[in-house]
Design a protein. Sequence first.
Length: 175
Amino acid sequence: MHCGAFNVPKLPKSRLTIRNTAQDITVENLEETILAQNPKLSLKPGEVAARFKFRIKRGETSMVIEVGPETRKKMLQSKLKIGWLICNVGDYLLAKRCFKCSRYNHRHQDCRGEETCPLCAGEHTLKGCKTPTNKHKYINCMTYNRYSKTEKICENHSSLSKNCPCLHAVITKYR
């Protein structure tokens, strides 16, 4: 029997969103700013890796960072001081949704499903959809209702809806 060193697997890094960051904060200076302005977190250089910056509809700027599990826990339990702002921190979670069949956990390049309209669940592309906006149906919610013996969920929305119960289930699973 071989008794030697063994590798303990490292927990994967998590991505977090820092909402409403100042315009002058960049991917390059974010870690330095967080370390300097948030001494209570006791973070060390290298524990925060800024990945990218993005804008949302209201013109608000957010940053995505990558951190280890301990740093994630510290950051989610507090608000960050960045520049002159106090920023909320949350998990950065995106559900992969196929543009061909509108189902989750794969991309259209890997899809083996049927073409499904994301608005009405019909067997046509989005461009070919003639369904009125009040008649939306979502294929994932329809499938869930078909196989669920107890609970039924709302299926009268498009695959692009942020309030979709299937989307919330996928994000909860990722979390």
